[in-house]
Design a protein around this ligand. Structure first.
Ligand code: PMP
Length: 353
């Protein structure tokens, strides 16, 4: 605490991202990065873009990226908002669409950035408990609210809601904005984007960090009715006119265009997820069914924090959240096949001790 801090800063509880270690040789299964590289077309595009033109500002509207996303999802470009990572799209949605007198609703166990944005922007919220099986039951959200946000698949549980369940909820919750955070949707779910035509209060947010393996480029986007998109643009143009650099825009366009690489790599991640799940179950873990690029698992006889520490000694990083209901779980990102094998070996050794 410093006497120079504003009152706002004094009151903040910032989000703590997963560790990005400086030491080499660690197997990183803690921040849900993609084990496969981005499309080769992205790398070629980035090299070409690294040119004298970098002295010029980028397109403040990232029109090429909006067009690429619109084409991919068969919507109009003015139904797309482009952001510096989906975290930024989320931040603008919290301020521009989810701050109302009635409380915002989100699950008690979900992306831990949501309460942080509420703290930053002074948004009233209530958390809605997941079921005993760690599922979202949208019937529990049918009550007066100033907005609803959930991740699908949810994080860090990996559990998926069906599109039918989301549609049924939207049909009943028509007076507030519903944000679906689809950071992990490409690893096993069905996107809600086709529903934006029929539900003007639906905003779907996606990222290129996971299924397009571009966490380092920082690109995300939102799709929704033009009125919702306009709210995000108003916040963006009151905050930072150039959230996406030239490299980010060009690389993201190339990534959206390479459907083959996208499809191959996400299928490979899904296959390894199933292998990892079976291997963890074999070692006695309970593993929640996951539609994401991570699994959420607990061992009935081992403390999760101890396991995470022992794995770290063996140079494997996983994520442990010291939070109510989930402090006995580990969230383990799906890595390469080799990483999955090394995880299995390390855990067998630890559990044998
Ligand atoms: N939503 C969820 C549920 C996430 O887990 C993450 C990754 N931490 C994000 C959004 C943000 O991802 P990015 O800012 O890299 O797009």
């Amino acid at each position: 605490m410093s006497r120079f801090w504003s009152e706002t800063v004094r009151g903040l509880t910032p989000y703590v991202p997963g560790e990005q270690p400086k030491v080499p040789d660690l197997i990183k299964l803690n921040t849900n990065e993609n084990p496969y590289g981005p499309s080769p077309g992205v790398l070629a595009t980035l090299r070409a873009e690294a040119a004298e033109t970098l002295r010029l500002y980028p397109d403040p509207n990232a029109d090429r990226l909006k067009a690429a996303v619109a084409e991919y999802y068969r919507v109009r470009p003015n139904q797309v908002f482009a952001a510096n990572g989906s975290d930024e799209a989320l931040a603008h949605a919290f301020l521009g669409l989810l701050k109302h007198p009635k409380p915002l609703l989100f699950p008690d166990v979900t992306y831990s950035f949501y309460p942080v944005y509420c703290g930053l922007y002074g948004i009233e919220y209530e958390t809605v408990p997941l079921t005993g099986d760690f599922e979202i039951d949208l019937d529990d959200y049918l009550r007066p609210n100033g907005g609803v946000i959930f991740a699908n698949p949810n994080a860090p549980t990996g559990r998926l809601l069906s599109l039918d369940a989301i549609e049924a909820f939207l049909a009943q919750n028509t007076d507030s904005v519903v944000v679906v955070d689809e950071a992990y949707i490409d690893f096993g779910g069905e996107t809600a984007i086709p529903l934006v035509e029929r539900f003007p209060n639906l905003l779907v947010i996606q990222t290129l960090s996971k299924s397009r393996s571009l966490a380092g480029l920082r690109v995300g986007f939102a799709v929704g009715h033009t009125e919702l998109i306009e709210a995000l643009e108003r916040v963006k143009n009151s905050f930072n006119s150039y959230p996406l650099g030239r490299l980010s825009i060009a690389g993201a366009v190339a990534a959206m265009e390479d459907r083959e690489h996208f499809d191959e790599t996400r299928k490979a991640v899904i296959r390894t997820r199933e292998v990892m799940t079976a291997s963890l179950q074999h070692l006695g873990f309970t593993v929640l069914p996951s539609a994401a690029n991570f699994v959420f698992a607990r061992h009935p006889e081992w403390n999760a924090a101890t396991l995470a520490a022992r794995l770290r000694e063996k140079k494997i990083l996983v994520r442990h959240f010291k939070l109510p209901r989930i402090d006995q779980f580990l969230r383990i990102s799906v890595g390469s096949n080799d990483a999955a094998l090394r995880l299995h070996q390390a855990l067998s050794e630890i559990l044998d001790q």
